[in-house]
Design a protein. Structure first.
Length: 418
């Protein structure tokens, strides 16, 4: 049997896997009929099994005893990747946990392909870490190590926005100068690429990539900012101490608002610190809510409520984050205006990166003939408006919001390994 190969888009929020079948790329069903898999792992302490995706999140929110890990891609290139976290009696490194998730994707790929898969193209953002080439190289090496430990022997990488360009290029009828916008959960990547039916047949495309840049901003950053600005004040954030000399320490509030740091508030030390903070707080009742959320391990579930509110605000003017624990009952309303005010600074950085990408390409904004949008965060109205305002004359092409990259990593694998 001929050796199969595929492409894996390991995303901060969601992941997809592409495979070539009968000469065409398609997405592998990863959870039931779903081609997208939330990038989440749940270590179930009750039955001793490890679950992935929607099942992982569902078990956690149903209060099954265990440990949920999410947004693992954000750890790559950070200091957290060198740390270990306790999973019952075991201490596991974050690279090892990422490996478990990659291994699950590999298993689904091999089931679809009908045999072993040792050749894979992994997607990667233009920058795992902003403006730090050494940390960026280290992040890619960590991801490669995680994949290699799961049995992939031949591993190549492709920038995620370039993969998205390959998807778009299959449908063009003439040469286009395209701005590829890929805004995911953890990073936003931008490229200016020449595409055409003739160029699509080439294996080496380096000269067609006129410029690419990335910034470490994505949907999970918007979630974190929303939570800090609109939810954490309901738990005591920015409230003063009794002596009126300072506000309560911010670190635990920020940890609770950040997916990959939520588990840090579940330690004995954190609980002791929170009790001391409560003693010092003018609004001890608000800190009691925080402690209740920690005691019920409700941090990830609350972060999920914030994420759903953000998604709802793409279509409606207001949304609510409602917490109904016995000792923590409150509702935080967020308006679309509030969302936009909260994320404006990040969108400014995104817009500046797009503008610089076009300048790097040595072309005028008016030369861009098409904008290809992919990634869930392109649905955020403010981000969309600001980016498209830079190239108002360009046609707008909507890619598969979550599947374009995975599909075309498989196409890239065919070019590289066939």
């Amino acid at each position: 049997m001929r050796q199969a190969f595929g492409g894996i888009d390991f995303g901060t929020s969601n992941s997809t896997v592409g495979v070539i079948r009968d000469g065409k790329a398609r997405l592998v069903a990863l959870e039931g009929e779903q081609a997208t898999l939330p990038s989440a792992i749940f270590f179930n302490f009750e039955d001793g099994h490890t679950y992935f995706g929607r099942r992982a999140i569902g078990d956690y929110t149903d209060s099954v005893e265990g440990r949920l890990m999410r947004s693992l891609k954000s750890v790559l290139g950070s200091s957290l990747v060198n740390e270990k976290t306790r999973i019952k009696a075991r201490l596991l490194g974050f690279t090892e946990i990422i490996g478990f998730f990659i291994g699950h994707l590999k298993k689904q790929l091999e089931q679809d392909a009908g045999g072993p898969v040792e050749r894979v193209v992994l997607g990667r953002p233009v920058q795992f870490v902003d403006d730090d080439a050494q940390a960026d190289a280290k992040a890619q090496a960590e991801l490669e190590k995680a994949a290699r430990t799961q049995g992939f022997k031949h591993i190549a990488f492709q920038f995620e926005p370039i993969a998205a360009a390959l998807d778009y290029e299959q449908n063009v009828s003439r040469e286009e100068l395209a701005l590829i916008v890929d805004m995911g959960g953890g990073t936003s990547d931008f490229s200016v690429v020449r595409v055409s039916p003739e160029r699509a047949r080439s294996v080496v495309r380096k000269d067609d990539i006129l410029a690419n840049r990335g910034v470490h901003i994505g949907g999970t950053d918007f979630d974190r900012l929303l939570s800090i600005a609109h939810v954490m004040p309901e738990l005591g954030y920015l409230t003063p101490t009794k002596d009126g000399k300072r506000n309560l320490p911010a670190s635990y509030f920020i940890d609770l608002a950040t997916w990959q740091r939520i588990n840090l508030v579940y330690t004995a030390k954190a609980m002791n610190d929170l009790r001391q903070i409560r003693y010092e707080a003018v609004r001890a009742d608000l800190v009691d809510r925080f402690i209740e959320i920690v005691e019920h391990r409700y941090g990830h579930a609350m972060a999920g409520l914030v994420e759903r509110a953000k998604i709802a605000l793409t279509l409606q003017p207001a949304a609510e984050v409602k917490v109904s624990l016995p000792g923590a009952r409150f509702a935080a309303e967020i308006t679309r205006t509030g969302l936009e005010e909260t994320i404006t600074a990040d969108i400014d950085r995104v817009t500046a990166t797009v503008r610089q990408t076009i300048q790097d390409a040595g072309v005028e904004a008016s030369d861009i003939t098409a904008v290809f949008l992919t990634g869930g965060s392109t649905a955020v109205p403010l981000a969309r408006r600001r980016i498209l305002s830079l190239v108002p004359q360009a046609s707008v092409i909507e890619g598969d919001m979550f599947g374009s990259v995975g599909l075309d990593l498989a196409l890239d694998a065919q070019r590289k390994f066939a």
